[in-house]
Design a protein around this ligand. Structure first.
Ligand code: ITT
Length: 207
């Protein structure tokens, strides 16, 4: 493999909020990152894995095989202690199909309306996986988390998904009230990408 030729890596997600974050977080890695929006449409795979890692692996492998390319996917979500870990791996489908991010956030707030501050602990989790066709069953993976609490009301307009109700530990602001660099510094996705970056760079260099 010639390290002088940047390799193509798909950013294998249909979620535009994730794409924006990945593009920032992967900026320093010498590869040609291509979003699915630049490629012919492909339906998303059904995510029936039991864990974030299972689903991330399933997505990375699906897109990697479909486009015959290296692919990086994440499966992520919000784990709320007072809800026994829900919405967890079902975060994107919480409340059923057809809901918007805002609908899901409103549903979470109303479900938790009686939960006192001390019991509102939660974390965002992100499993990131990279694979490419030549790796067969092998893959690179890393997990990132950020601990925090669910706010009592929505605040902020940045980010996406559940950001308006997630307050990281040590912060008063939700992640939707932070600018993108601040969120990247502490986010589950930022932590996962920082953890996988050295192995990804080695893979791209053919080591
Ligand atoms: P892909 O599977 O195509 O990547 P998706 O949105 O379906 O897109 P997931 O299955 O991983 O992705 O679902 C992630 C859910 O968790 C989704 O509802 C997000 O809004 C939420 N989520 C994940 N990371 C988040 C973040 O950084 N901020 C806010 N919400 C987040």
């Amino acid at each position: 493999m010639n390290p002088a030729i940047p390799q193509r890596v798909l950013i294998a997600t249909q979620n535009s909020g994730k794409v924006r974050e990945f593009r920032r977080l992967l900026e320093h890695i010498p590869a040609q990152f291509v979003g699915l929006e630049e490629l012919p449409h492909v339906d998303a795979p059904s995510e029936d894995g039991a864990t974030f890692l299972d689903n991330a692996r399933l997505k990375a492998r699906y897109y990697s095989e479909h486009f015959d390319s290296a692919a990086l996917a994440d499966d992520s979500g919000l784990v709320v202690d007072a809800l026994d870990g829900a919405p967890g791996v079902h975060s994107a489908r919480y409340g059923g199909d057809g809901l918007s991010d805002e609908d899901r956030t409103n549903l979470l707030l109303s479900t938790m309306s009686d939960v006192p501050q001390e019991n509102r602990t939660a974390r965002f989790v992100c499993a990131v996986v990279v694979c490419r066709p030549s790796m067969g069953e092998e893959f690179l993976h890393a997990l990132g988390t950020v601990e925090g609490r669910i706010a009592f009301e929505k605040r902020g307009v940045n980010g996406f998904g559940y950001d308006p109700v997630f307050v990281p530990d040590g912060e008063r602001r939700t992640t939707a009230e932070m600018d993108s660099e601040e969120k990247d510094q502490l986010s589950h996705r930022g932590n996962a990408i920082r953890a996988i970056a050295p192995a990804l760079e080695r893979l791209l260099l053919g080591e």
